[in-house]
Design a protein around this ligand. Structure first.
Ligand SMILES: [Zn+2]
Length: 332
């Protein structure tokens, strides 16, 4: 189901809707990552915040037109053999030699594509082309975020092999929508330079894989306390029956998962900021404000200060500064 794209709504039709992180997740992650950048980068990114946040879901939308897009968003680790997350080559060229393009396209290759995007962002910073910088920064952030979702690193990506179909969007879309009010969206993280970015993205992949056991088992555990009628809501849409998880089940499952989803969201933002920063450093730390005449008005500086303060105190939502939440109702 990862291969099908639709914006999430609270009632998610199993088998119809699935995307990565959902609109809310991707947009939130991109916004948080901007605050973690050093001041030398933050103003330029903040100046373009609306585009960065809005376009964070663009790679998912692209899947509708481009059949080569999907495998860039996931990696079905089991298909690469035992302990693949520890044994796979770090470089794309070596992976190509080892598995061939067809296998990689079939089994997914998100960690490699993250590095490809990182290199393109570095080149964009060097070229000084503003549109390219934004384009690659946004896309890079998307793929890094996808790598943080456990169900993006397994062939059982929607629970379809264990009679848990629909698990994908439950985890990454429905629960964040229901629970975001409770999430702690603060992070003390400050973007830092990654000496070996390949290793960092693989570390994130391994962590995602390590969470899979709980993702599946806790769903089974929670199911024990629900009847079929309490777990699913059945609707007829366009003459077809569609099943969706009930909010009660989603909340019970979320409680069982604890802070996992919240933490994966923050970890995503942290690594996105690190990759943006690393690309910028590798490009020779160009002066973004000078290059793009991002002379911030007093008003804009105040706005950033206010948002940054709210971010540090986990008050973005309360102060209605979380962009993903502001536009979300309209998107649906
Ligand atoms: Zn995606």
């Amino acid at each position: 189901m990862k291969r099908l794209i639709v914006a999430g709504s609270v009632l998610i039709a199993i088998g119809i809707i699935c995307s990565s992180w959902g609109f809310l997740g991707h947009r939130t992650i991109h916004q948080l990552a901007v605050y973690e950048l050093p001041p030398s980068m933050r103003m330029f990114f903040h100046h373009n915040m609306n585009e960065i946040v809005k376009q964070s879901v663009r790679p998912d939308q692209r899947r509708n037109q481009d059949k080569e897009e999907a495998p860039k968003h996931y990696i079905d680790l089991e298909l690469y053999g035992d302990s693949a997350a520890w044994k796979m080559p770090l470089k794309w060229e070596d992976a190509l030699k080892k598995y061939g393009k067809d296998s990689l396209a079939h089994c997914g290759y998100v960690p490699y594509y993250v590095i490809t995007m990182k290199d393109r962002l570095t080149a964009a910073f060097r070229s000084g082309n503003k549109d390219s910088i934004l384009f690659y920064a946004i896309d890079l952030g998307h793929y890094i975020s996808d790598a943080h979702v456990p169900l993006h690193v397994s062939e059982n990506y929607d629970g379809q092999m264990t009679n848990q179909k629909g698990l994908h969007s439950l985890w990454e879309s429905m629960i964040p929508e229901l629970e975001i009010q409770q999430y702690d969206l603060r992070s003390k993280h400050k973007a830092h330079y990654l000496k070996h970015p390949e290793q960092n993205i693989w570390k994130a992949i391994r962590k995602s894989q390590g969470l899979l056991h709980d993702v599946f088992e806790q769903e089974k555990e929670v199911t024990k306390s629900f009847t079929e009628g309490e777990k699913y809501r059945v609707q007829i849409r366009n003459g077809r029956e569609s099943k969706s998880y009930t909010s009660a089940f989603a909340k019970a499952y979320s409680a069982k998962l604890g802070k996992t989803i919240n933490e994966r969201m923050i970890s995503s933002a942290n690594l996105v900021a690190d990759f943006w920063y690393t690309s910028w450093i590798d490009a020779g730390s160009p002066d973004l404000n000078k290059a793009f005449q991002t002379t911030a008005s007093k008003e804009e500086k105040e706005k950033l200060k206010k948002e940054y303060g709210a971010f540090k105190k986990n008050k973005l939502l309360e102060k209605k500064l979380l962009i993903s939440r502001q536009g979300y109702d309209k998107e649906d």
